[in-house]
Design a protein. Structure first.
Length: 95
């Protein structure tokens, strides 16, 4: 796979994870996070030597941060629901 194909695969995997993370189990989210991380590494390796490699690295970093923040928020909500199920009342429901 070339750089363009790897970059497209990374963006597709990240978008899919963000879109479907709420419906996934912890194990599924972990699997998809690992896949996104591996693809990110392959993208960075493929970008090595390109004139805009720094910009590619910055955009991959931003994408990984967005994915991890989204998944992390879901994980935190699920942890709260498991440890304090009575905490959420009808007036304090999650969106």
């Amino acid at each position: 796979m070339g750089f363009a194909e790897l970059r497209a695969a990374l963006e597709d995997s990240a978008s899919e994870l963000i879109a479907h993370a709420y419906g996934m189990s912890h194990a599924e989210r972990s699997f998809h996070l690992q896949r996104v991380g591996l693809l990110a590494g392959r993208v960075l390796s493929a970008a090595d030597g390109l004139p805009d490699a720094g910009a590619v690295a910055a955009s991959v970093d931003a994408l990984l941060h967005r994915v991890q923040s989204h998944v992390g928020a879901i994980e935190q909500c699920e942890r709260i629901l498991r440890t304090a199920p009575g905490w959420l009342t009808p007036s304090r429901r999650l969106p």
